[in-house]
Design a binder for this molecule. Structure first.
Ligand SMILES: [Mn+2]
Length: 423
């Protein structure tokens, strides 16, 4: 039996806007959060110990992170190398430089010949000897159209057609790899991809160049004992029959608020030919909390806000308070008190939203009949607005002309329109 840790979507260096500077280190606290999550994965790999670590791609926010970010990743990888645990680093979309045309952030580990590290930047089968036997890993990095097809093949084709051709091409390539597998040896497909049955998280917004979706049927093959995926940040198993398991472990930290309610972690696998037992291991990540409250109808909006804050456990969490109010309530809010109430949070933002004046209740005279004559409606509205009584006649006159098509708003008349309405 071969023990494997499958971890993905590390994204160290993301979400700095949710952190603050640690006064002791001068470094963003969200960087430290992500590093400590990664460290816990590696701790587990070493303490088990596992025979192999599979990384499903997306190490950083992009292919050229700051040196201290690269170093944090490298020093955790170093721990695996020192413990002689082989590691496969798959290239995700965020690892590619310029859509794969300028290399990627992980290739350096192959160039340096780091012991036990395999970089998966192409569709390839890697035979890896672990302490508990051999395993075959087919790497399927993030694919872009230009990586699989030539320009002449795609020229003049619709997006849908290009995707179809790409899937067909991929199917053929995979088929060839499958035919060359040793049927006696446990096999894992390791892919960074968007499967067509995956439910989405932040990766939807993070992706710059949209790739194509890969049908689950392409992955659901009996020759694979486990399908290890990366890209989607929400942990899930795409195969209800679990044979083979087709697993996204998800990201190791909450990259943004869309992942607020998701558990985070990695997957521990016991692999044999024909069987993979797996278990999701959750990580103690920082909470993200949205407090959303509409106080536009409240007599005492400040009290309502404080009540909403006190009902939420915000200690050490990244908090966003979003509340709706009317403009005339603005004076009833004491921001100093809100800041005080939120101060136990790790970081927080306060986002007041003014309720649109248009959303006011309708005038009762206008809420009955099915069809209202627009001029009558305007007259009723103007009657209700004492503050603009002096221009009532002119507005009605202008409206009559507009409805009759006598005024062309787009041309030279626009000056006179402005005069009329700015009185
Ligand atoms: Mn990705």
């Amino acid at each position: 039996m071969i023990k494997i840790i499958h971890v993905s979507d590390i994204h160290i260096g993301s979400g700095f806007s949710h952190g603050r500077l640690n006064p002791e280190t001068g470094i963003n606290t969200r960087f430290e959060d992500f590093v400590s999550s990664l460290k816990l994965c590696i701790d587990r790999a070493i303490s088990e110990p596992v025979d192999l670590v599979l990384f499903g791609g997306d190490a950083f926010p992009d292919a050229t992170p700051a040196p201290y970010i690269k170093e944090a990743f490298a020093s955790q990888l170093r721990r695996l190398a020192d413990a002689e645990i082989p590691t496969v680093l798959l290239v995700g979309n965020h690892d590619q430089y310029s859509q794969g045309h300028g290399g990627d952030s992980l290739g350096i580990y192959r160039t340096l010949g780091v012991h036990g590290v395999v970089v998966g930047d192409s569709i390839e089968t890697h035979n890896i000897q672990t302490a508990n036997g051999a395993v075959q890993i087919i790497t399927l990095p993030w694919l872009t159209g230009s990586g699989l097809m030539t320009k002449s093949e795609t020229e003049g084709q619709s997006m849908g057609k290009v995707n179809e051709l790409l899937i067909e091409k991929l199917r053929l390539i995979l088929e060839a790899k499958i035919r060359q597998l040793d049927p006696e040896i446990p096999t894992v497909l390791l892919g960074h991809l968007m499967a067509d049955r995956a439910s989405l998280g932040a990766e939807r917004f993070l992706a710059v160049g949209k790739g194509f979706n890969i049908p689950v049927s392409l992955l659901n093959r009996s020759c694979f004992d486990y399908v290890a995926l990366g890209h989607v940040h929400k942990h899930q198993n795409l195969n209800p029959s679990n044979n083979p398991p087709i697993i996204y472990p998800g990201s190791i930290e909450r990259v943004d608020f869309s992942e607020e309610k998701e558990e985070k972690g990695f997957v521990l696998i016991e692999l044999e030919k024909g069987e993979a037992k797996w278990e999701f291991c959750s990580l103690p990540v920082r909470n993200l909390k949205t407090i959303k409250v509409n106080v536009s109808q409240a007599e005492n909006p400040q009290a309502e806000l404080l009540k909403a804050i006190s009902k939420t456990s915000i200690e050490d969490a990244v908090v966003r308070l979003i509340y709706q109010l009317r403009s005339e309530q603005l004076d009833l809010i004491d921001n100093g008190v809100l800041h005080q109430a939120l101060s136990v949070a790790h970081t927080y933002t306060i986002q007041p939203e003014l309720v649109s004046q248009l959303a006011k209740p309708r005038l009762p005279e206008l809420s009955t009949g099915n069809s209202i004559d627009p001029l009558k409606a305007l007259k009723t509205y103007l009657d209700s607005r004492e503050d603009i009584q002096d221009i009532q006649e002119e507005m009605l006159e202008a409206a009559t002309k507009l409805l009759a098509g006598e005024i062309n708003l787009s041309e030279e008349n626009s000056d006179s329109q402005l005069n009329l309405f700015s009185k």
